[in-house]
Design a protein around this ligand. Structure first.
Ligand SMILES: Nc1ncnc2c1ncn2[C@@H]1O[C@H](COP(=O)(O)OP(=O)(O)OP(=O)(O)O)[C@@H](O)[C@H]1O
Ligand SMILES: [Mg+2]
Length: 526
């Protein structure tokens, strides 16, 4: 971006009523080797129009003109375009007026009889103003990325606590409904609680995604396969007034993402495009290999050079104002009516993409549609993860000794209750340290079920300690998020079993039985 800017010819708007004087200016600029484009204005209307349309890098103005006045022009200019330098060139300007002009905010002034240094003055003024704009842009970018970071941390923290509470809410609702018959008003009530719980869980999942704290199951994924698989659904979603074109590129590298999350990204973008075209239009969904250009490298958070797999969604919708664009990735930022949007769509996209090592480029102009381009780095020697667990089955009673470690009391209580009700022997601990000493007193322990993130001793350290004495123990981590400290760098043992919060009693039992190998032959084993 900066490189291009330096090479771009200067755009010079000249406010001048005398044709000859204008020619003189132009000739002088050529003589000094300035590369430029110019437009001339003589009236206030001309001037206002050119400021908007021509978007000059600098204004050169005569002082006294029959139809317009230089000082008045300066005042108009400063109101809306104070970052653009404004130079007076006048034959009549006296010293007092010149001082007055500079005081009011003119960048410089020259006399018509002494134009030898015009080019130099123009060059210096434009370069200084470009440097100022660059600096301001960098400061804004820094401010923006810090803001996103802070909101992300906040969102992740809130979602984490909510997930613990939701585990309890949904768990008790399910436990209580076990003893109640369908049709009973209590049953209905409990069912509503569970439904609301699931909706809340979906919200926290999106918040975690934005905070980049979601437990992802990335694997080598063919973007085209995902896109092709989604086409039917996309077509149904966007309705008949919108034309869908797809261009799947060839020679696409695999990317290392969670396929479910990739689908989510595409759907969120497509739904946004649909919403931006209430009276119909076109969506182009495409994929290709591409490298980010200097504009993208200079303006997209996290952008890296080199070949990427790009997924692009173009629409012919309403487009976005710069204000909307500067806030679109914030969670709960929406311009839609109450009830129409939660403002989590792009926040989720942003979180997943950044967590997957990619970045997003957005171009949009009000009235001219939008382009969302998601860049993913190609996968390198990635491991393939296990597919998600199978559908629910009726679970047989359980046997075995489980050491349950969880610092959140609400979660620990419900988990203990569920496991004991199923027949397991449960030893509970509220911290890693007490778990270690409890484990020493036990003769047999079949499974360690532990929270991943706990103060002092985390689940992984605990598992390592316990495995020293009991190398065969099975381990299941419960986790509300993939805490960076735990997930980044050395991830937990390859193939470690995870139970994402919030979980239902069913999910907890299935995971435990699966790990203890007791669900074999019932369709519950991996
Ligand atoms: N393709 C687009 N065209 C025009 N505006 C868009 C587009 N995509 C996003 N926006 C703007 O960005 C805002 C935020 O988008 P985001 O997807 O995060 O939330 P939402 O669509 O309003 O709600 P949600 O996705 O949670 O239902 C939108 O309200 C809209 O103003
Ligand atoms: Mg949306």
């Amino acid at each position: 971006m900066k490189v291009d800017d330096k090479l771009r010819p200067f755009r010079i708007l000249v406010l001048e009523d005398e044709e000859d004087d204008f020619d003189l200016l132009v000739r002088q600029l050529h003589r000094e080797g300035i590369s430029f484009q110019t437009r001339r204005a003589q009236t206030e209307n001309d001037f206002m129009r050119e400021l908007g349309e021509f978007t000059p890098d600098i204004v050169i103005s005569d002082y006294a003109m029959p139809a317009f006045n230089g000082l008045a022009a300066l005042r108009i200019h400063l109101k809306s375009h104070s970052e653009i330098p404004f130079l007076f060139v006048s034959g009549t300007i006296g010293e007092e007026t010149a001082v007055q002009a500079l005081k009011e905010g003119a960048t410089d002034y020259l006399l018509k009889g002494h134009l030898m240094r015009l080019g130099q003055a123009v060059r210096r003024a434009v370069e200084e103003s470009r440097a100022r704009v660059d600096k301001k842009r960098l400061e804004l970018e820094l401010y923006h990325s810090q803001k996103m970071e802070a909101i992300g941390r906040l969102a992740g923290g809130v979602a984490h606590d909510f997930n613990n509470l939701l585990t309890a809410i949904m768990g008790y609702a399910e436990l209580l409904s076990n003893g109640v018959k369908a049709g009973d008003p209590t049953f209905e009530g409990l069912d509503e609680i569970r439904k609301a719980g699931r909706r809340a869980a979906e919200l926290t999942r999106q918040l975690l995604a934005f905070g980049r704290k979601q437990v992802l199951s990335p694997r080598k994924t063919d973007v085209n396969e995902i896109l092709a698989g989604l086409l039917k659904l996309v077509a149904r979603l966007i309705g008949e007034d919108i034309l869908l074109k797809t261009q799947l590129g060839s020679g696409l590298k695999d990317v290392f993402v969670d396929p479910g999350q990739l689908e989510q990204i595409i759907m969120n973008l497509v739904v946004n495009s649909r919403d931006a075209m209430p009276r119909g239009g076109t969506i182009i969904l495409s994929s290709r290999m591409s490298e980010p250009d200097t504009r993208v490298l200079g303006s997209c958070e996290g952008a890296r050079p080199g070949r990427h797999v790009v997924v692009e969604v173009i629409d012919t919708g309403t487009g976005m104002t710069p204000e909307t664009m500067s806030r679109m990735f914030e969670p709960f930022f929406t311009t839609k009516e109450v009830g129409k949007g939660t403002g989590l769509g792009l926040a989720t996209v942003y979180g997943i993409v950044r967590q997957s090592g990619g970045f997003i480029d957005v171009e949009s102009t009000p009235g001219h549609g939008s382009v969302f381009r998601v860049f993913f780095p190609p996968a390198v020697g990635a491991t393939v993860h296990a597919p998600p667990p199978p559908a629910p089955v009726a679970l047989p009673p359980g046997t075995g000794n489980i050491l349950l470690v969880e610092d959140e009391e609400v979660v620990r209580k419900i988990a203990v209750q569920v496991l004991r009700a199923k027949g397991y022997n449960v030893i509970e601990a509220a911290s890693g340290v007490s778990a270690v000493s409890l484990a020493r007193e036990q003769t047999t322990l079949d499974l360690l079920l532990t929270d991943l993130v706990m103060p002092k001793m985390g689940g992984r350290e605990l598992a390592t300690l316990i495995r020293e004495d009991r190398p065969d123990i099975r381990v299941v981590y419960m986790s509300g998020y993939s805490a960076d400290s735990v997930m980044e760098g050395a991830a937990p043992e390859a193939g470690a079993a995870f139970l994402n919060k919030p979980f239902t009693p069913q999910e907890l039992l299935r995971m435990v039985q699966e790990q203890l190998g007791q669900a074999k032959g019932k369709g519950g084993a991996r």
